[in-house]
Design a protein around this ligand. Structure first.
Ligand code: ADP
Ligand code: MG
Length: 332
């Protein structure tokens, strides 16, 4: 049974960046405004995520790593919603099957925090009282220590660090106003003290675009804001104007606050820009779409984030129209 679980877990958590994405979403679900990730060896040796969210109650510490038994699932009787949003209740469970996992957490009503370690979906012993502020700190060590073939496949810690930085950057922009920090805590940390992503509490989207993608693009971005009543589709975002010259197409897409991919939409927006940008330059596009869940069809496989919509043509056309209109309005 352990081996089967380990294989299943390896499908959910394929690399450190998957673990970080799942855990960032947990922090946000817990209402955190400050999220800090520390890495050793690109997260392969150690990855730690700390937040100031509502914390985990002592009694829930016992079960947080059991599959599908987590507290949040009880709030979702609609299975479709669960599948769509990836609320599968198996991220921490999966991590505990392929790494050494420990959690320290404190709720605001508790006199102290609690700390516990987990193995193969189960808590080891009971939660031990500990000091600490309200919030949660999760430490994942020696990822894939028990899956040697997977472990060996990771040739480059810096590549894993980069992938995590990419995920953090996207969540940091989408959650502008909250503070995100990514820090390397081993090796030569350089003049930045090992910090590779950092946004401040209260920062605006444009400020964060500057911080995360460069002041040049921040000067060029235009806000997109629209509500399509027929499709019940809310479009919000920031896109570069016709002067932008990114080295490659930077496309950040959130749908109902989940980071996703949508190659159909990406292609169609690329083609809009083709007619406005000089050859060889590429746009920056950050979009946050909100629509009723039943119009969404997300591939339920947790590592594939490609989405499809019901009425896909209409949705893509609507977004495309908004982007083009915004581009034109700033041109004149
Ligand atoms: P899911 O998010 O799908 O419920 P996870 O395995 O990602 O499953 O998390 C399990 C549970 O652990 C969550 O439902 C939540 O109750 C709790 N949890 C995980 N991370 C945090 C956190 N940072 N702050 C508060 N609670 C958390
Ligand atoms: Mg989760």
């Amino acid at each position: 049974e352990t081996v089967v679980n380990r294989i299943a877990a390896g499908e959910v958590i394929q690399r450190p960046a998957n673990a970080v994405k799942e855990m960032i979403e947990n922090c946000l679900d817990a209402g955190s405004t400050t999220i800090t990730v520390s890495l050793k060896s690109g997260g392969l040796k150690m990855l730690q995520i700390s937040d100031n969210g509502h914390g985990i109650r002592r009694e829930d510490m016992e079960i947080v790593c059991e599959r599908f038994t987590t507290s949040k699932l009880k709030e979702f009787d609609d299975l479709k919603t669960i599948a769509t949003f990836g609320f599968r209740g198996e991220a921490l469970a999966s991590i505990s099957h392929v790494a050494h996992l420990s959690i320290t957490s404190r709720t605001k009503d508790s006199k102290c925090g609690y700390k516990a370690s987990y193995l193969d979906g189960r808590i080891k012993g009971s939660p031990r009282p500990t000091a600490g502020n309200t919030g949660t700190q999760i430490t994942v060590e020696d990822l894939f220590y028990n899956v040697p073939t997977r472990r060996k496949a990771f040739k480059s810690p810096s590549e894993e660090h980069q992938k995590i930085a990419d995920v953090m950057t996207r969540y940091a922009l989408h959650n502008s106003g909250k503070s995100f920090t990514l820090r390397k805590t081993d090796g030569d940390s350089g003049p930045s003290g090992g910090v590779s992503v950092r946004t401040q509490l209260g920062s605006s989207f444009v400020t964060n675009i500057g911080t995360l993608f460069g002041s040049k693009v921040a000067k060029e971005v235009i806000e997109v804001k629209h509500y399509d009543t027929q499709l019940q589709l809310k479009t919000f975002g920031y896109i570069s104007n016709a002067n932008c010259s990114m080295k490659k197409f930077v496309f950040l897409l959130f749908i109902n606050n989940r980071l996703v991919d949508c190659s159909v939409l990406k292609k169609s927006l690329d083609s809009v820009y083709q007619s406005y940008l000089p050859k060889g330059s590429h746009p920056f596009v950050y979009l946050s779409l909100e629509m009723p869940t039943n119009n969404l069809d997300v591939n339920v496989h947790p590592t594939k984030h490609e989405v499809h919509f019901l009425h896909e043509d209409e949705v893509v056309t609507s977004v495309q129209k908004q982007v083009e209109a915004s581009l034109l309005s700033c041109d004149s």
